[in-house]
Design a binder for this molecule. Structure first.
Ligand SMILES: [Zn+2]
Ligand SMILES: [Zn+2]
Length: 122
C-alpha cells in the first residue's frame, strides 16, 4: 500500500511540474517524437482514432489543396515501389514520388528523407 501512495505522489509532482513548465514539456515531447518515428506513428494513429472528425477535415483540406497530387497518388496505388531510394540508396521508409502529376503512372522511389528534402526544395 505504501508503494501505491508514493507512486501517486510521484505522479502528482510530475503533473505539477508539467503544469508549471508547459513550454518545456511540449519541447521535450516533440524532441522525443522526433527521435521515435515509430512511436510518432502510433501517437498519430491514436489521435486519428480519437478525432475522426478532425482527421476527415484535415484530409479534405489536403484534397482541395492538392487535387492533382491526390489523383496521381490514387492512380499509382498499385504500382510497385523500387528497391531503394534513387537519391541516396537507402532502403528504409521508401515512398513514391511523382515528378509530374500529369503522368500519374510515372513514379520514382525515394526514402522519406530525400522525399521531404525534394519537396522543401533543398
Ligand atoms: Zn534517400
Ligand atoms: Zn513527392
Amino acid at each position: 500500500m505504501v508503494e501505491e501512495k508514493s507512486k501517486d505522489k510521484d505522479y502528482l509532482s510530475k503533473k505539477r511540474w508539467r503544469e508549471n513548465n508547459r513550454e518545456k514539456d511540449r519541447e521535450s515531447k516533440s524532441k522525443w517524437l522526433k527521435n521515435n518515428p515509430k512511436k510518432r506513428k502510433e501517437v498519430n494513429k491514436k489521435w486519428a482514432k480519437r478525432n475522426p472528425e478532425k482527421l476527415r477535415k484535415k484530409q479534405k483540406r489536403h484534397t482541395l489543396k492538392y487535387p492533382k497530387a491526390i489523383k496521381a497518388r490514387n492512380a499509382a496505388r498499385y504500382i510497385k515501389k523500387g528497391e531503394c531510394c534513387i537519391f541516396c540508396g537507402s532502403k528504409e521508409r521508401l515512398e513514391k514520388h511523382h515528378p509530374n502529376y500529369s503522368k500519374p503512372k510515372f513514379i520514382i522511389t525515394l526514402c522519406a528523407n530525400c522525399h521531404r528534402k525534394l519537396h522543401n526544395g533543398n
